[in-house]
Design a protein around this ligand. Structure first.
Ligand SMILES: *Cc1c(COP(=O)(O)O)cnc(C)c1O
Length: 373
C-alpha cells in the first residue's frame, strides 16, 4: 500500500464541483485582484475566528511582517520567537528591521515555554510570537499574563492551527492579533500562496491594510510607501468554498490521531503526541519522537509510507542564524528533540486502513529493534 504524507488531490475530488464553479466564476467576472470575493472571505474568516477584523495578504510570512509593522515594530525592537518553528516566524521579524530573540520550547507540547519567554524579555522587547505548532495551541494564559506585565504585544502565529482551541477559545482570537498561512498544505489551504491577519483593533487593522496595498486607500493616492501583498480573487474563492469544511476536516484529523495514539501506545522508544488538557489539537502534523528516527524513516519508506521532519534543525542552529553564535546548550529542549521528531502521514482523507497500515509497520519495526538490541 502507498500512504502519501498529504494528498491534496483527494481533498479536491471531494469538493470538485463547487470548487470548479467558484474558480470559473472568478475568471468569467475577471475579478482577479480584490473585489467582493476577497471582502466576503475576509468577513467569513474573521467571523469564524471570532475577531472583528481580517486583512488578507499574499502569504503567511508577509502576514507576520505586516502585522508587526502595523504594531509599529521595527529597528531597535526585539521580538521573541520559539526556537522550534518554521523559519517564516523569525524571517518575518528580521524583515521589519527588528531583532529575533529565540526562546526554548515546552518538551511535551513543542510550543513556546512561557517561562523561557519571560527570561528573554528585555527593555527592547515589543512583541512575542507564540506559534500554535503542529496544530497544538501554545499555553496562552501565562504567555498573555507575562506579556501584559511587560507591555509586550502578543501576535499568535496560527499558520498551523486553523480551528484549534485553547480552553474552548478559538486560536487567533486570544492575543492582540494573529496571522494565518493558507499555503496549500495547511489545514485551510488555497491553490497557491495566500495569507491573512486577524486584528482586535480597528486602527491597527487599517494600518495593515494600507501597508499591504502600496500605502494606498484610493488608487494612485499613496499615503506611505507600502508593499504589494494581496489575496487574489481565485484564492479567495477557493478559500470560501473550503472554509465551511474546515471543522469537519479537523475532526477527521483528530480521529486519525486518536487511532494512531491507540495503535502506537506502549511501543518502547516511540513517543506519541500529547494534547494538553487545555488544548483542542487540529493535527496539522502528527509528530512522534524516536531516537532511531532515520532508521524508521527508511523502514517506512520501503513499505510505501512517506514521512516528514518538522523541523530537522531548530531555528537558532540554522545556518541563517549562525551570526547569533548560539550553542546547542542554549536551547536544550528544541535542540535535544530535533533529531527525534518524525511526522507521520496526516490529512482528513486518510483512511482507517492506511492509519492501521502505518501503525502496524511501526510496531513491526520496533519489534525488530528490540530483538536486535
Ligand atoms: C506555513 C507557516 C508560515 C508561513 O506561511 P507561508 O504562507 O508559507 O508564507 C508561518 N508560520 C508557520 C508556523 C508556518 O507553518
Amino acid at each position: 500500500m502507498n500512504v502519501p504524507f498529504v494528498d491534496l488531490k483527494a481533498q479536491y475530488l471531494s469538493i470538485k464541483q463547487p470548487m470548479d464553479a467558484a474558480i470559473a466564476d472568478v475568471i468569467a467576472n475577471t475579478a482577479f485582484i480584490g473585489g467582493k470575493r476577497v471582502a466576503d472571505f475576509e468577513a467569513a474568516f474573521a467571523s469564524y475566528v471570532g475577531m472583528p477584523h481580517c486583512v488578507s495578504v499574499a502569504n503567511g510570512t508577509e502576514a507576520i511582517e505586516i502585522a508587526l509593522w502595523a504594531f509599529g515594530i521595527g529597528e531597535g525592537d526585539e521580538v521573541i520567537v520559539p526556537a522550534n518553528s518554521f523559519i517564516a516566524s523569525s524571517e518575518a521579524v528580521t524583515a521589519t528591521g527588528a531583532t529575533v530573540v529565540f526562546a526554548d520550547s515546552d518538551p511535551t507540547t513543542y510550543t513556546l515555554n512561557p517561562e523561557e519567554f519571560r527570561q528573554k524579555i528585555t527593555s527592547r522587547t515589543k512583541a512575542v510570537l507564540p506559534v500554535h505548532l503542529y496544530g497544538h495551541p501554545a499555553d496562552m494564559d501565562p504567555i498573555l499574563a507575562i506579556a501584559h506585565e511587560h507591555g509586550v504585544a502578543v501576535l499568535e502565529d496560527a499558520s498551523q492551527a486553523h480551528g484549534a482551541r485553547y480552553k474552548g477559545q478559538m486560536v487567533g482570537s486570544i492575543g492582540n492579533a494573529a496571522t494565518f498561512s493558507f499555503y496549500p498544505g495547511k489545514n485551510l489551504g488555497a491553490y497557491g500562496d495566500a495569507g491573512g491577519i486577524v486584528f482586535r483593533d480597528a486602527d491597527i487593522a487599517d494600518r495593515a491594510r494600507l501597508f499591504a496595498n502600496h500605502g494606498s486607500r484610493k488608487k494612485y493616492i499613496h499615503e506611505i510607501e507600502g508593499r504589494n501583498s494581496r489575496l487574489d480573487g481565485v484564492q479567495a474563492a477557493v478559500l470560501s468554498v473550503k472554509l465551511p469544511h474546515l471543522d469537519g476536516w479537523n475532526a477527521a484529523r483528530r480521529n486519525h490521531a486518536k487511532l494512531y495514539n491507540e495503535l502506537l501506545a506502549g511501543i518502547e522508544g516511540v513517543t506519541t503526541p500529547t494534547t494538553a488538557d487545555w488544548g483542542e489539537h487540529v493535527f496539522h502534523l502528527y509528530v512522534i519522537r524516536t531516537a532511531e528516527r532515520d532508521d524508521l524513516i527508511e523502514f517506512l519508506s520501503e513499505r510505501g509510507i512517506s514521512t516528514g521532519i518538522h523541523y530537522p534543525i531548530s531555528l537558532p542552529m540554522t545556518a541563517a542564524y549562525a551570526h547569533f553564535n548560539h550553542g546547542i546548550d542554549d536551547f536544550p529542549v528544541a535542540n535535544g528533540q530535533m533529531r527525534q521528531l518524525l511526522s507521520l502521514p496526516m490529512y482528513a482523507e486518510l483512511t482507517e486502513e492506511m492509519v492501521r497500515y502505518v501503525a502496524v509497520a511501526i510496531r513491526e519495526w520496533a519489534a525488530i529493534e528490540v530483538a536486535e538490541n
